[in-house]
Design a protein around this ligand. Structure first.
Ligand code: ADP
Ligand code: TPW
Ligand code: MG
Length: 571
C-alpha cells in the first residue's frame, strides 16, 4: 500500500521543539496558551512534559525564573505573541537582572507581514524588543534549525553569568514538516552547558594573602553562592577560616542562620568595621550601598580591601576597586581557596570575633523580647514570630517573600536553615514575584511553600491562587493585611477618594482561596495564625491565611525609606 515517499515518517515544528527540550532534560513548561502555541502546550503535555498553565504570563515567567534558580536548568516560559510576550518580558528582564537562567519562548506573527508593518494579528518585532532586556535573543525560521535554536538558548542561559534568553518562534514554524530521522539528527544535546571556570592560581594566592593578613575579615554570601550549589565547600570555607559571614537575602540558609559565625544580627557593625571583605556571588550594588559611604564607614573605610569571587570578570571594580578579583565559578574558586588554606589557618583575632558575638547577643536578646510581645492587634513581629517557629519546625519548607515591611521584617526575623529555601524580590525589589515563585517552588521541589506576602505585593499575582488550587499545590499564602502599601492610615487631605497607598479596609483575602476550593482562614491572633499555618503545612492543601496586621505598624518603604526623593516645595 505504501510507496517510499509515503512511508517516510515525518515530524513537525511542534514536535521538534518538544523533543529538543526533552533531549536537554527539560521536563516542565510554565505557559499561557493561545495562538500560535495552544497546540504546543497540548502536545507537550501529551508527550509527558509537566505543563503548568497560568492566568497571566508574568507569573508563568516568574515561575520559570525561580525554577531556573532552584534547579540550574533554564526555566521555560511559553507565551503567545505581542501582548503575551510583553507580559512575560518583565519576568525575563527580572531573571536577567537576578542572574537566574530562564528561556522565554514566544510565538510570533508572520515575519513578512511584521517586517512590512502590514498589521498582522498581534504584530510586533519581538526579537528586537527582547534583545536589550535579556542576555541573548534568537529566532528560528526553519524546522531544521529548532535544535540549534534551543541549544543556543540553553547554553546562553546557563553559561558564565546565568540569565534570561528569548527564543522567538514564528507561527509558521510549528506546522513545517521534515523527515523524522533528519529531524532527530538535527537536535543537539548540550554538553556541559555551564563548564567549570577554574580561577588562575595567582589570583587564588593573591586572595589568600589578603585574607591571611586581615585583622577584621568578613565574608559576604550572595544569591550567586546559593545558585552555585557549592554548599559543602562554602560551609567548609567559613568554618575552617573562622571568618564571620553575612548572607544576603537569598543566601540565607546556605549555612543555618543560627550559625555562631553569622553576623546578620550585627550587620551594620561588621560592614562598617571590616578591613578585608570577601564577596562570594554578591554584587556591590545598591543592596550593599555600592561598597562605600556611611554603611561602609568606620576606621577602616580608607584602607578596606575587597576580594570578589564572581564568574563575570567585568563585575570587578564596578563600584569600588577590587584588590583581589577571583574570576571563576564559585565551586572551583572556593575549592581552590580551601586547598590553599590547609589545616592550620589562623582564626581571625579574638577582639573581632568576640566584639561581634557580644553585639550579636545583645541584639538577639532585644529581638527575642520584641518577638515575645503579644499586642492586641498583631504587628509584623508577633505574626512573623509564628512563621519563624513554623520554619524552624519545617526547615525544608520554601519561603517566598515580598512586600515592603512584610519583606524587611520577615528577612530579619524568619531564620532559614537550608540552602535555596528563600525566594524573594531580589535585585530590583520587584513586587509580583509571589505566586509565580510559589508555584515554581512547589512544582520543582514538592516541598511545602510558605509565601509571606504584603497585601499590596499579593495583589500583583493574586489571581494565581486559582493556579495553586488547580494543581493542588502545597502552598500556604499568608497575606499581611495592613490595609495598604506600607501602612493603611494615609488620608487624602482633600477628602473624596482615599489616599493612593490605602486599600479597602478589612479586605477578606482568604475568600479568594475559598473561591477555588482551597482553604481560607482569617487570623486575628498569633494562635489563630499558628493553627492555620500548622494545618496548611501538615495537609499540603492550598491555603490562604489573611493575617490582620496593625495598620499603623509599618514605615514608608520599610527599611529603604531614605531612597524616596524629598520634595523641597512648601506644598
Ligand atoms: P545578592 O543580591 O545576593 O547580593 P547578586 O545577584 O548581586 O547577589 O550577585 C550574584 C552574583 O553571582 C552575580 O554577579 C553573578 O555573576 C554571580 N554568579 C552567579 N552564579 C555564579 C557561579 N556559579 N559562580 C560564580 N559566580 C556566580
Ligand atoms: C513592580 C513599589 C515597593 S513595596 C510595595 C510597592 C508597591 C508594596 C508594599 O506594600 P505591601 O507591604 O506589600 O502591602 P507592607 O507590609 O509594607 O504594607 N511595582 C513594582 N515593584 C515595586 N517594588 C513597586 C511597584 C513597591
Ligand atoms: Mg501592606
Amino acid at each position: 500500500m505504501t510507496n517510499d515517499t509515503q512511508s517516510t515518517e515525518q515530524t513537525d515544528g511542534f514536535h521538534l521543539v518538544i523533543d529538543a527540550l526533552k533531549l536537554n532534560g527539560i521536563d516542565t513548561i510554565f505557559a499561557l496558551p493561545g495562538i500560535p502555541i495552544t497546540d504546543l502546550t497540548r502536545k507537550a503535555q501529551a508527550e509527558g512534559m509537566r505543563m503548568i498553565s497560568f492566568r497571566h504570563e508574568q507569573h508563568a515567567g516568574n515561575a520559570a525564573a525561580a525554577a531556573g534558580f532552584l534547579t540550574q536548568k533554564p526555566g521555560i516560559c511559553l507565551t503567545v505573541s505581542a501582548p503575551g510576550f510583553l507580559n512575560g518580558l518583565t519576568a525575563l528582564a527580572n531573571a536577567t537582572t537576578n542572574c537566574f537562567p530562564m528561556i522565554l519562548i514566544s510565538g510570533s506573527s508572520e515575519r513578512e507581514i511584521v517586517d512590512l508593518q502590514q498589521g498582522d494579528y498581534e504584530e510586533m518585532d519581538q526579537l528586537a524588543i527582547a534583545k536589550p532586556l535579556c542576555k541573548a535573543a534568537y529566532r528560528v525560521l526553519h524546522a531544521e534549525d529548532i535544535g540549534v535554536g534551543v541549544a543556543r538558548a540553553i547554553r546562553s542561559a546557563l553559561s558564565g553569568r546565568p540569565g534570561g534568553v528569548y527564543l522567538d518562534l514564528p507561527a509558521k514554524l510549528f506546522a513545517q514538516t521534515m523527515d523524522a530521522a533528519a529531524g532527530k539528527r538535527s537536535l543537539i544535546k548540550v554538553v556541559d552547558p555551564a563548564p567549570r571556570q577554574i580561577p588562575a592560581p595567582d589570583s587564588v594566592q593573591r586572595a589568600l594573602d589578603l585574607l591571611k593578613g586581615a585583622k577584621r575579615p568578613l565574608i559576604v554570601l550572595g544569591k550567586g553562592a546559593a545558585y552555585a550549589q557549592a554548599d559543602a565547600e562554602i560551609r567548609a570555607l567559613i568554618e575552617k577560616t573562622g571568618i564571620p559571614y553575612l548572607p544576603m537575602s537569598m543566601a540565607k540558609g546556605l549555612l543555618p542562620d543560627t550559625h555562631t559565625q553569622s553576623a546578620s544580627a550585627t550587620r551594620s557593625y561588621v560592614l562598617a568595621e571590616a578591613d578585608v571583605v570577601m564577596l562570594v556571588g554578591a554584587r556591590l550594588n545598591w543592596l550593599l550601598s555600592h561598597g562605600k559611604g556611611k554603611t561602609w564607614g568606620g576606621p577602616n573605610a580608607a584602607t578596606r580591601q575587597f576580594i570578589q569571587i564572581d564568574i563575570s570578570p567585568t563585575e570587578m571594580d564596578s563600584n569600588v576597586p577590587i584588590a583581589a578579583p577571583l574570576v571563576g565559578d564559585i565551586g572551583s574558586c572556593v575549592s581552590a581557596l580551601l586547598a590553599g588554606i590547609g589545616s592550620n589557618w589562623a582564626k581571625p583575632p579574638a577582639d573581632w570575633t568576640q566584639g561581634i558575638a557580644e553585639r550579636k547577643d545583645k541584639n538577639l536578646t532585644k529581638m527575642a523580647a520584641t518577638l515575645a510581645q503579644n499586642p492586641a492587634t498583631m504587628n509584623f513581629h508577633s505574626a512573623l514570630n509564628v512563621i519563624r517557629n513554623a520554619v524552624k519546625a519545617r526547615p525544608d519548607a520554601i519561603v517566598v517573600n515580598e512586600g515592603a515591611n512584610t519583606l524587611d521584617f520577615a528577612r530579619s526575623i524568619v531564620d532559614m536553615y537550608e540552602p535555596r529555601k528563600r525566594l524573594d524580590v531580589g535585585t530590583w525589589g520587584i513586587m509580583g514575584i509571589g505566586m509565580g515563585f510559589a508555584v515554581a517552588a512547589a512544582v520543582t521541589t514538592g516541598k511545602p511553600v510558605i509565601a509571606i506576602e504584603g497585601d499590596s505585593a499579593f495583589g500583583f499575582s493574586g489571581m494565581e491562587v486559582e493556579t495553586i488550587c488547580r494543581y493542588n499545590l502545597p502552598v500556604c499564602v499568608i497575606v499581611f493585611n495592613n490595609n495598604g502599601i506600607y501602612k493603611g492610615t494615609d488620608v487624602n487631605p482633600r477628602g473624596g477618594d482615599v489616599a493612593p497607598t490605602v486599600f479597602v479596609k478589612n479586605a477578606r483575602y482568604e475568600m479568594m482561596m475559598q473561591a477555588f476550593g482551597g482553604v481560607g482562614v482569617l487570623a486575628n491572633t498569633p494562635d489563630e495564625l499558628a493553627k492555620a499555618l500548622d494545618q496548611a503545612v501538615a495537609s499540603g492543601r492550598p491555603t490562604l491565611i489573611n493575617a490582620i496586621i496593625d495598620e499603623t505598624a509599618g514605615t514608608e518603604s520599610g527599611r529603604i525609606t531614605s531612597l524616596n526623593p524629598q520634595s523641597s516645595a512648601k506644598k
